[in-house]
Ligand binder design. Sequence first.
Ligand code: C2O
Ligand code: CU
Ligand code: CU
Length: 457
Amino acid sequence: MNVTRRQILAGLAGLGVVGLGAGNMRYWLGRPENVATHDYELIAAPLDVELVPGFKTPAWAYGGQAPGLELRCRQGERLRVRFINRLSEATTIHWHGIRLPLEMDGVPYLSQLPVLPGEYFDYDFICPDAGSFWYHPHTASGEQLGRGLVGPLIVEERVPSGFRHERTLSLKHWHVDKQGAFTAFSVPREAARGGTPGLLSSVNGTHNPTLALPAGQIVRLRILNLDNTLTYRLMLPGVEARIYALDGNPVEPRPLGKEYWLGPGMRIELGVLIPEVGQEIPVRNGPLRLATLKGVASSSEAAGAWPPPLPANPIAEPDLARAEKLRFNFEWAGAVSVGVEQGAAHSFWQINGQAWDIDDKSCVERPIATLKKNSHYIFELRNLSQYQHPIHLHGMSFKVLSSNRKTITPYFTDTYLLGKNETAQVALVADNPGIWMFHCHVIDHMETGLMAAIEVV
Ligand code: C2O
Ligand code: CU
Ligand code: CU
């Protein structure tokens, strides 16, 4: 049986998760119970933006801005987004870092059919964890994310966090030339190395902005790396900054130190003491300035104290004593590209000897690992290459335990930046049934093989 788009629109796919057998195809198609109401109507559409002064860039935007509209909800509550596609091509939305049911995960042909031009899709899920998350398509990712379809999703704590001020900084480099025209989002020789970098930096869609913040106050900065390929060496020299959360999960507050490597898809939340009126502090990527924070007069408020740690999220604690160990090797295998002259995607990367083919919808039927529901696992992540890979898992968060390259204070995340030749151990409880994508978040690595599916049954 083949599932038609009309059947889905007519609601024949039914409620919740439905496994529809099509031969041995396993596509899950779902439809939220309540399509009558939603919290946001989010439109994806073309939008000309001025990244280079005096020139227009034909971006694609969510909610009329690129990066997209900041969506917010409260921990434990439902977020309902009616997503309307006014692009000229099919797309989906994936909610990066949110532990949600598979049919809301935005993976085409697995979670849902792609949303065609002119169609809409109602996303409806509970946000179990407070923190800084984000959303983006999971279709034609190099171009769709590259053109600006990336946006922050902020889940607020149930109770006040102790921060009275906050600001989101969405970091993205744009693949544009000096006239603002798009350049290639992925070129093979770069995809086979560190990924194809954009050349123009931006924070919240503006190159090198100055952000006014209340002088003398402690501000929660949510810094999100929404870039396709770049790892930012984040530095805030000359200011007191403490890390409060990493990738959507609280940590015991600690000084930022000299720098923090924020890979694609990763987020960091800092408490930052904003200096006196008129003083400026740079936000830098290594030696390069991304933005300037400037102290401006605020109300006659007294200086705030450093807030306590943020409350932990309700993530199941893996029991290492009974965890089963699984090994995942990430390696370069550029010599195996076949059929590229005939239009096939390049294949430069593999996980455990298998390359994902973005043109082959049946890849999801061959999960690289099958986990037993509610069992405990340690993943050993081995990078056998000279390039770093931000390794991301959908559907579940995992705890980073140790690395052969650095000292780790264990913490929960959805994306771990695996350095060159690094081996790291992470652990999780497989408590979310489904088929979950497991991939490098350097988009052109992911699109040239570095992706797999992990099944939880
Ligand atoms: Cu941001 Cu498949 O993920
Ligand atoms: Cu994700
Ligand atoms: Cu990678």
